[in-house]
Design a protein around this ligand. Structure first.
Ligand SMILES: NC(=O)c1ccc[n+]([C@@H]2O[C@H](COP(=O)([O-])OP(=O)(O)OC[C@H]3O[C@@H](n4cnc5c(N)ncnc54)[C@H](OP(=O)(O)O)[C@@H]3O)[C@@H](O)[C@H]2O)c1
Length: 313
């Protein structure tokens, strides 16, 4: 009889709690640590059936640690976990092997350079490392994001083991083949998000610029897109409104993508980071209704929908 793996997920945010729910539904024990977490995170952890344990217990009890938290905290959490791993040994021993195997998967939207820095945290420790990048939204009854994964070329066994988490409801897709290693799953995530969130940012930027010229210009832009670029206008009706509540999270992600692309073209996503920062400020303004930018974008998307619906009648 095979023993079920124990998974720890830090933290129970929108993504972490939904991944946890998938695993607990499949019968796995999912641990977390709620020190310092908000009531909303605590409620999500409870609903997903996660068990709150001290961080120092996780290295002893979990076989997998999935780091799913704000990308800016990814490196410091990895260091905190490594310190917790050694704290139960009284900091006196630095084992080269252990009977209890634990592997750490960084699942955050960080660039390849950052994930390599994170993986270095575990060099010369028995803790195995997986670079993972989640493409898609949180899993639900009808939908699964893909968790792309890569590992050190010398360490294919840990990648095979991570892939076996597919048995418990996760959609894991390992990157193997020529040159594949740590950094590649994150590079894939950066490339995909750079296109999908980049296109949304470009549309948002030009709607705001057109409207700043005059509202009549924005209306003319809408009608020209309807006539000559209907698929782009159609995309705007869904992607721009759904971006608004997530803009705060996309600021850091655009900065990571900018660093990934590098000097020159990387400035595109640096600019988009500033755009999403501006949207985040606008979301917080206007007593719940949002500031001027939010109103302009919502109106553009609503008008575009009316024009598209009018054409299909
Ligand atoms: N949501 C998506 O659609 C999606 C898609 C693909 C990838 N991802 C990736 O998944 C990760 C998490 O995203 P999310 O949407 O779940 O974010 P989220 O809903 O904002 O949740 C973040 C979670 O991390 C906790 N947290 C904040 N700072 C922490 C720290 N220093 N140590 C431990 N926990 C901390 C938060 O707790 P508090 O509530 O107490 O602040 C919260 O539970 C990100 O790297 C993101 O790029 C998300």
């Amino acid at each position: 009889m095979s023993v079920l793996p124990v998974v720890a997920i830090i933290a129970p945010g929108a993504m972490g709690s939904a991944v946890a729910k998938r695993l607990t539904t499949a019968g796995l024990t999912v641990l977390t640590n709620l020190d310092g977490r908000s009531p909303a995170s605590r409620a999500r952890a409870h609903d997903a059936g996660m068990q709150d344990v001290p961080l120092s217990d996780i290295p002893l009890k979990a076989n997998w640690v999935l780091s799913i938290l704000p990308p800016s905290d990814a490196l410091s959490f990895a260091q905190k976990f490594r310190d917790a791993y050694y704290s139960h040994l009284g900091n006196t021993a630095r084992p080269t092997s252990t009977s209890h195997q634990v592997a750490f998967a960084d699942c955050n939207a960080v660039n390849p350079q950052t994930v390599k820095r994170i993986s270095h945290t575990f060099v010369n420790t028995p803790i195995k490392f997986i670079d993972a990048g989640i493409i898609g939204g949180p899993p639900n009854d009808d939908y699964d994001p893909v968790i792309y994964a890569s590992a050190d070329a010398q360490d294919t066994a840990v990648l095979d083991a991570f892939e076996r988490l597919s048995k418990y409801g996760l959609k894991v897709s390992p990157l193997r083949g020529e040159g594949a290693g740590i950094g590649d799953a994150s590079a894939l995530k950066m490339s995909y998000a750079g296109i999908s969130k980049g296109i949304t940012g470009l549309c948002t930027t030009m709607i705001l610029a057109a409207n700043a010229s005059s509202p009549a210009t924005a209306q003319a832009l809408l009608h020209e897109l309807s006539a000559s670029q209907p698929s782009i206008l159609h995309r705007i009706t869904t992607s721009v409104p759904s971006m608004l509540p997530k803009a705060y999270r996309w600021v850091g992600e655009m900065e990571e993508i900018s660093e990934f692309v590098g000097d020159g073209p990387g400035k595109i996503h640096e600019g988009l980071a500033r755009l999403y920062e501006r949207i985040e400020k606008s979301i917080k303004a206007g007593e719940g209704e949002g500031g001027e930018d939010v109103k302009v974008l919502k109106k553009f998307a609503e008008d575009a929908k009316k024009v598209i619906d009018g054409k299909t009648k």
